[in-house]
Design a protein around this ligand. Sequence first.
Ligand code: PA5
Length: 478
Amino acid sequence: MAKRYLSASWKKSMRLRLDYKNMMSEFVGEKEGLTPKAISAYRKAAAGAVENLKQNRGKGWLGWTELPYNQTEIVKDIKETARKIRKTAKNFVVLGIGGSALGPIAVFQALCHLHYNELPARTRKGPKFYVEDNVDPERMDALFDVIDVENTVFNVITKSGATSETMTQYLVIIDRLKAKLGKDYKDRIIATTSASAGNLIKIAASEGFKTYYIPDGVGGRFSELCPVGLLPAAVLGIDISEMLAGAAYMDKISMKKSVSENAPLLNAILQDIAMKRGKNISVMMPYADGLKYFADWYCQIWAESLGKETDLDGNTVNYGQTPVKSLGVTDQHSQVQLYTEGPFDKVVTFLAVDNYRKEVVIPSGCEEFPDVNFLCGHTMNELITAERLATEYALTAKHRLNHTIYLPEINAFTIGELIYYFEMQTAFAGEFLKIDAYNQPGVENGKKATFALLGRRGFEEKRKELDEAFKKKSEYNC
Ligand code: PA5
């Protein structure tokens, strides 16, 4: 079958577009709005940021920039593995957390039927899909009410190979598998992990599990376009080559030095100006249920990458913008009141879709009720679009910064573009803030405290510190 992503004109027709007029003083008012002059002031810094990324492509923590290009053999292997799983397994379960789960969830929601697991097997043509990204015992237990482990393939994903949550899930699953299948459990597990670090790689080698590698320079939240996301997507029947083609297309755009031609760079500039003017909250509001969990994925990459105590020179900066997920139109009825009239501390990013994959006509009826009847004859597509435009208008009228990213439609190519767009936007924002966007020291203390509480060797001192802290807390119990 002809690959549409090889056609230059098709790719152009699928290009994401950024409309940022509602960030500008001309539209949102002088007090809040940004000026063309403020954006032009970034020209040198922007060119420097692009140059830096160009010079360091594929190096250090920029390994993710090469993923659209350097996985030909892996993609072949993944497609073959996925083909077998689609034929034989009834369920495919991802065990992972954070960057090892949010991408697979987002892509599943975006590119599969919105009630995928409830579809009959002959329509699905592949296994049911679950992502277990928590250690809530009720949820873990509930999984076993809807799957039979012997007909399930489990994909254990952890970059560090040491994350307690994921390894706990692994232990629970392996125990169930052994109880059910004796020695024949090995082909029910696929490990996706770092080749060079952690325990999972050692376990996988000694057990003989099929293993995919997360390249060294690809951090958890930048890993959706490596086997972390590619294997689950391929098992779901998604064209992963098209997804990578979308990412490659966005990569070319992201390497342009001219700000007006480089939307991720421009958006990073807009957010940087806004952040430095006290807009501490970034709301991600897609107008499509398919993109609902893309907002979760965005929240992680934006929060964990930019939320930093110190800059690269060691100065205390306490940077970051709190990401908030919101869904249009659902959250118009819960959050938009705040966005329109609350504090001036937000930038709202709308995700709009030009062409939804389905059209639903609102049928005629309720003739005696004109306030209902006016809807008849329109489509739900027109309604959701009108509601988004109306919300953009209402925010702008109240001088609230907002901008819209348009997806011509939701498909594997545009989702690849979108993922890469926000990876690049985050990288550029990190450059402007002069911080390390790829570490997460703030997560460490909590991890160590968990180890201490569960008695891991080497964390005895931490345990004493915690016992002390908990003692003090009891004085304030009510
Ligand atoms: O972005 C990150 O590095 C983190 O959010 C990780 O993805 C998360 O902590 C899970 O780590 P791991 O994949 O090592 O289990």
